[in-house]
Design a binder for this molecule. Sequence first.
Ligand code: ZN
Length: 298
Amino acid sequence: MCFTPPRFITRNQTFGAFASSVPTRPLLGALQTGVLWDHRQQIEISFMSGSSTRQQRKKTRKIFRKIFRYTNLDLRWVKNGCGHVRITFHDDIPSQSHLGTQCLSVPKDLWTINLKSIQPDTECPSPLEERTIRHECMHLLAFVHEHQVPEWPNHFLFDQSKLDEVYGGELGMSEEEIEVNITNLSPPEMLENYSPFDPKSITLYHFPSHVMQSGVGTLYNTDLSDVDKAVLVLNYARLNPGPLVPTWTVSHAADIIGIKGQWRENIVAATHPHDVRKLYSQWSASSERSQQGGTRKA
Ligand SMILES: [Zn+2]
């Protein structure tokens, strides 16, 4: 679960400095405009000094490495507290992450990702830990919540009183936190590109059936969906797929998303990742995509 301040960032807005040493809840957002990492950018990640065990670091590093395989980004683990991205494990603060390059604006003595409930003494991640670490890593890569994309209401409608009862009462979220993390939709102009609605996305909260008007809840996803992977590949494209994920070519990603015809040919023929991202974004806003329906993803 992720908590954010009660407002959305605007295009290219940088994240303001925290006023105190007590970590303030950062902004979140699915892929969002202005916070995508540059192609082949080196991202240095570290753990905050004294805040973690070997097992927590090991589980986190393993899952982050697996996700970065789908991108052209250069993941570097650096010594405690020195990275662009700084991870901590506070159990009394909800899991959360700055969105994409927002973390570059956070003062160096503060963390940028908090991972709650990562057990300090177990070697293998539990399903909850898998879900938590992957979800926050996708925010780091600029993904926003699937349940906050503009077309969400076309697929699910909340029962607001039940939602407040569960998230406000049982889980202790404030009204603002519920709005910012669950019910506020990301403005379309702030999102970069689209994919079909993806109920298997790791960025989707698991909502129980009784908070939905339909009586049907969302899945408890613990891994990236194929659409999540495809969106990563199209936004951070490599000329050749990562050696550990050899099937994840740009053409395979385009097929997973459902890009067809001349759009697909152009994206597959692109020779620079800038062009793949740009063409994918243009396709997302095109009438062809609209005819397929679906949800704005990133
Ligand atoms: Zn989240």
